[in-house]
Design a protein around this ligand. Structure first.
Ligand SMILES: [Zn+2]
Length: 73
């Protein structure tokens, strides 16, 4: 049951990002407690030292993350 609930939420987030619609879960962590059926939201700040999204990361767009870098760089 839990994978279905979380998977549906993840699919919904992906659709929002693709469609550019709604308010995606950027900078926020959503937790789900299945025992008590409660959701909670935690604000998360970007870590400047993060190798993926930090200041030294070379990933600046979805194309970068998917290996489709432009040759102009
Ligand atoms: Zn990061």
């Amino acid at each position: 049951m839990l994978p279905g609930i979380v998977g549906s939420l993840q699919a919904n987030e992906a659709l929002k990002m693709i469609a550019g619609y709604g308010r995606p879960l950027l900078g926020r962590l959503l937790t789900f407690d299945a025992q008590s059926t409660r959701f909670a939201e935690v604000n998360v700040r970007r870590d400047p030292q993060c190798p993926t999204c930090g200041e030294s990361s070379e990933l600046r767009s979805r194309d970068d993350a998917e290996g489709r870098r432009s040759s102009a760089a």
